[in-house]
Design a protein around this ligand. Structure first.
Ligand code: SF4
Length: 288
């Protein structure tokens, strides 16, 4: 196990990148969502490169917009945020949650000189069926060039991921994950196992049921958490402790993100009186 990276909150904004609109931290997203449907005058600066997601530091969105594929998508935070701005002229989400490729954002990580842990496409799914193979390849090329960063990709499109994986270059700084929200989708881990990523991880968030039948073989990291928002579907403690116990037993790093509730922090992050912030040790990849 390696130590958790410095908390995103402890990092100062990098003024050299502040002008790039590459991601929207959770808390700021909902601060905007609650306000008027107009673009804040300082928008370009305030949605810079930091993230409030506990297990990452920054987000990079070369594509935005998506469509729902499974129950975990029901209350998609990205859709909620993006649709607030549909029709607002000049706003990055003027097109709402419709899929959009941002070619001019492809080189953003290359301009970030300080190493970061970067969540790729927090506002989309990189393996969405409407994102061309060539664009995904371009994202992977940038991740390879920006070797000083660590990139985390999370998808619910496990089949497309597995189909494209042999044609992508799996750089040692790219971590690949799938979301598994209930037992119906534990097979996503099987497709993930086909991917030669340095870190394979599972995001069990929002966790909607016990993950019976989940095979953790070949998985280095598991993140678990409950759902947040006004329509949150409560998580049961036993679903979380079962996953935690399996991770401990099988030496998979375990990260407990939150219990969830109306707000992400409503229920806190303590699981049996402690936090679980384990991070994975990347596998050493074979070189050609
Ligand atoms: S896959 Fe992710 S981004 Fe796409 S709709 Fe579902 S939750 Fe939202």
């Amino acid at each position: 196990m390696i130590a958790k990276p410095n908390s995103p909150r402890s990092r100062a904004a990098d003024s050299s990148t502040a002008a790039y609109t590459v991601g929207v931290p959770y808390e700021r997203m909902f601060a905007y969502a609650a306000g008027p449907r107009t673009q804040p005058s300082n928008y370009a600066r305030t949605v810079a490169d930091k993230s409030a997601i506990e297990w990452t530091e920054a987000s990079w969105n070369p594509a935005t917009g998506c469509s729902k594929v499974s129950p975990g998508c029901a209350h998609c935070y990205a859709e909620t945020f993006a649709e607030r701005f549909r029709g607002v002229p000049g706003h990055p989400y003027e097109q709402g949650f419709d899929l959009k490729l941002w070619h001019d954002r492809l080189d953003v990580p290359l301009r970030w000189k300080r190493p970061r842990v970067i969540f790729v496409n927090s506002m989309s799914d990189l393996f969405h069926e409407s994102i061309p193979d060539g664009f995904i390849q371009a994202v992977f090329d940038v991740m390879g060039q920006a070797h000083w960063h660590t990139f985390q990709i999370l998808t619910k499109r496990h089949d497309r991921l597995a189909v494209l994986a042999p044609d992508l270059e799996w750089h040692p700084n790219v971590w690949m994950g799938v979301t598994i929200e209930n037992r119906r989708f534990v097979h996503r881990a099987d497709r993930l196992r086909e991917v030669p990523a340095a870190v394979r991880f599972i995001s069990a968030e929002p966790l909607l049921g016990p993950l019976e039948g989940l095979d953790l073989d070949g998985v280095q990291w598991l993140i678990a958490g409950g759902e947040s928002g006004y329509k949150n579907r409560p998580v049961r403690e036993q679903w979380i402790t079962d996953l935690r116990d399996r991770c401990v037993e099988e030496k998979v790093a375990f990260f407990f993100k939150q219990w969830g509730g109306v707000r992400a922090k409503t229920g806190g992050r303590l699981l049996e009186d402690r936090t679980w912030d384990e991070m994975p040790t990347p596998r050493v990849l074979a070189t050609a």
